[in-house]
Design a protein around this ligand. Sequence first.
Ligand SMILES: Cn1cc(Br)cc1C(=O)Nc1[nH]nc2c1CN(C(=O)N[C@H](CN1CCCC1)c1ccccc1)C21CC1
Length: 343
Amino acid sequence: MVRYQALKGLYEVERTIGCGGFAKVNHWRKVAIKIMDKISLGDDLPRVKLELKALQTLSHEHICKLFQVIETDGHFFIVMEYCSGGELFDHIVEKNRLSESESRMFFRQIVSAVAYLHSLGYAHRDLKPENVLLDRYQNLKLIDFGLCARPLDGMDSPLYTSCGSPTYAAPELVLGNQYLGPEVDVWAMGVLLYALLAGSLPFDDVSIDSLYKKDSAKFKAGKYEEPSFMSKESLRLINSMLQVDPKKRITVNKLLSHPWLTLGILDPVEVKMENSKCYDADCVNTMAKHHQVVADTMWDHLKKWKYDYHTATYFLLMGKKRRGSTLKMNSTAVRLPLSDKNM
Ligand SMILES: Cn1cc(Br)cc1C(=O)Nc1[nH]nc2c1CN(C(=O)N[C@H](CN1CCCC1)c1ccccc1)C21CC1
């Protein structure tokens, strides 16, 4: 059932989850399509532009990849990497809580992604288990960069005004003080690590209006339960992240080689970017052959990084090659002309 003309012939929508759609790309891979209705976005429209700008810059194995953007009068269709493992949140709920080693494996991936973000001057500013998805290989992928900002650009924070429950939000943010994105991310990562290990939240249902009740005193003092089953080392790490004073909070760079994260044989967390915008002869040649053009013509189109269908195909082929599968575009694959007008 193709409900949208803009997707006709490119993607067929297989089923929808939440307000997004999931589709199967014609030639072989499943993608996720965020379908955003411009009318209902209202004044949140700038967030979409912000997210698209950020996603086109970011390239990391634990950040959900942008493949294609289709904009029509009424909608944005944002074609992204499909994570078939669902939300980390559901994974924790299902297992009640995770072991130290499983938590460590996941948390190292989050630290790697956030350290990469911060190294580019970005901050996510809405880190929570719902925004961390699992792919089919149990790798984590960060999503929802609609609130991320480059504090260096002097972006003020839409987070405090437009976000949902600030359960993961740092005190300086909830109290409306001056704040820096990276420090807010570290606090949220502390809440995330606590959720992984404890299976519960350190500060439950902190909401702006409940701020003046007794339990909020605990939040303002950064006081939370320390379950007996949690190791001293993990509690020390969480404590260094849930520091009320942002100046006293550990930085992501310190986290990379923190003893709890490198416990046992593990090396410090790697922050390497994944350079998907590089020239890959195998992928270019596969596409050139399919479109019956010479490789140079194919690459001339691709290197404009228009985030059109050809960009999506290239990134999907790069992913396929990275996983060691053979590159082929079967005959049913769409033969879109290379002219500039197509998406
Ligand atoms: C929950 N789930 C279960 C399975 Br199986 C797959 C999924 C799933 O969501 N997979 C998935 N892969 N890639 C994506 C998704 C969801 N997803 C999303 O971006 N999902 C968010 C909604 N999430 C709900 C809680 C926080 C954000 C979204 C935001 C606006 C419009 C549509 C969707 C992307 C595109 C990046």
